[in-house]
Design a protein around this ligand. Structure first.
Ligand SMILES: Nc1nc2c(ncn2[C@@H]2O[C@H](COP(=O)(O)OP(=O)(O)OP(=O)(O)O)[C@@H](O)[C@H]2O)c(=O)[nH]1
Ligand SMILES: [Mg+2]
Length: 219
């Protein structure tokens, strides 16, 4: 016979994560830095979304932390455009956590008020479960994923403060059912703003950028 003891470890780990996240949020908020946790499945256009926002930001300085399991293509891409970008590689973990962010933030130089965009690991499940110190949870979703995603992956849609529906330039070639998609979104998150955009044509990004500038001003 084996003695089986149940040890509730998850709760302790999540408590620790949440208290560090609260510290990150408060410290950066006091410096005038709005923290954005950008989530979305692999390839939905998270980096493309950042580039479209950055080329339109007028009064607010962008900063970036890039999360990837491996490699640093997106970081090099954003650094080339002059944006201070630091890389986190998790080498396996499917999400970023608050200790990783606090450590990386400690290496950054915030010389002006602005917005820190944290591109989370490409994944529609795990990142939604961990707060990392964000003021704003941004979900990037796309018409190429299919219109049933809010129903299948509800947590990310429920937690989002803003949803970007990307790749609308591809709508004519797909069977994306916008009404069904929006019904699913509204069931979970009645008031969340949803911006229809194309990272390819730039459509919709003036409105997205204005939304973020307003949030940064309100901080
Ligand atoms: N047609 C079209 N292609 C797009 C659009 N946005 C992004 N793409 C393409 O989609 C691919 C993935 O875009 P990324 O911005 O790298 O996506 P990501 O979510 O950052 O990807 P990971 O970081 O690997 O998870 C690239 O080939 C982009 O050029 C869009 O609005 N329309
Ligand atoms: Mg990317």
């Amino acid at each position: 016979m084996h003695d089986v003891k149940k040890i509730d470890v998850m709760e302790g780990i999540l408590d620790e994560n949440d208290s560090i996240a609260a510290r990150v949020k408060e410290t950066l908020g006091e410096k005038g830095i709005l923290v954005v946790n950008e989530m979305g499945a692999p390839g939905v256009g998270k980096t493309t979304t950042l580039k479209n926002i950055f080329s339109r930001l007028k009064n607010v300085k962008p900063y970036v932390i890039e999360g990837d399991i491996e490699a640093d293509f997106d970081t090099k891409d954003l650094q080339a455009s002059g944006v201070q970008t630091l890389q986190i590689n998790t080498y396996g973990s499917c999400h970023l956590d608050a200790p990783m962010i606090e450590h990386t933030v400690g290496k950054m130089e915030f010389d002006e008020k602005g917005i820190l965009f944290i591109e989370n690991i490409g994944n529609l499940v795990c990142p939604a479960e961990f707060t990392i110190g964000e003021h704003v949870m941004m979900l990037v979703s796309t018409v190429t994923e299919g219109s049933d995603k809010p129903y299948k992956y509800p947590l990310a849609f429920e937690k989002a403060d803003v949803i970007i529906l990307n790749k609308v330039d591809l709508m004519p070639y797909l069977d994306f059912d916008e009404e069904f998609y929006m019904k699913g979104v509204r069931q979970l998150n009645p008031d969340v703003p949803v911006f229809k955009v194309s990272g390819r044509t730039g459509e919709g990004f003036d409105e997205v950028t204005a939304w973020f500038e307003k949030r940064a001003e309100e901080l």
